[in-house]
Design a protein around this ligand. Sequence first.
Ligand SMILES: [Zn+2]
Length: 137
Amino acid sequence: MSCHDIGRGMNSVTEVVIEMFDKRELTRTAALKLFTALKNGVNWCDGNESEAVESIIDCRCGKCLKKIKKNEKLYDIFKCSMFVTGKPWNIMDNYEGDYGGWYFCKDCFDEIIKEITDGKIAGEEARRYIEENEDDL
Ligand SMILES: [Zn+2]
């Protein structure tokens, strides 16, 4: 059984990090590095990474950290893992950068797909896969 308390605790720090980022007290690079540490921190117990960044995951891009407006869409990169790698959960294994949540704006999503596939798959194809299979993913 997983521990939810450690995720809640880490998320309380996530809220401070994003507040400091918004006030320009932290650079984006520093904030992303802290998010990686916060997600890893749940492994001190049997926690869930998604809970460590819960307050930012579906309202901010995980890379540029911009807030998403009502008509903008974020793409959950794990939803195209099968399409890109043939396995459901390993899409970010070869990505070396730090990130907060794994929902990305169109531009960051495309950039990450390009980087992890060495340009073999276009972000547009991966986004189309997500949109066409949304109900099944
Ligand atoms: Zn972005």
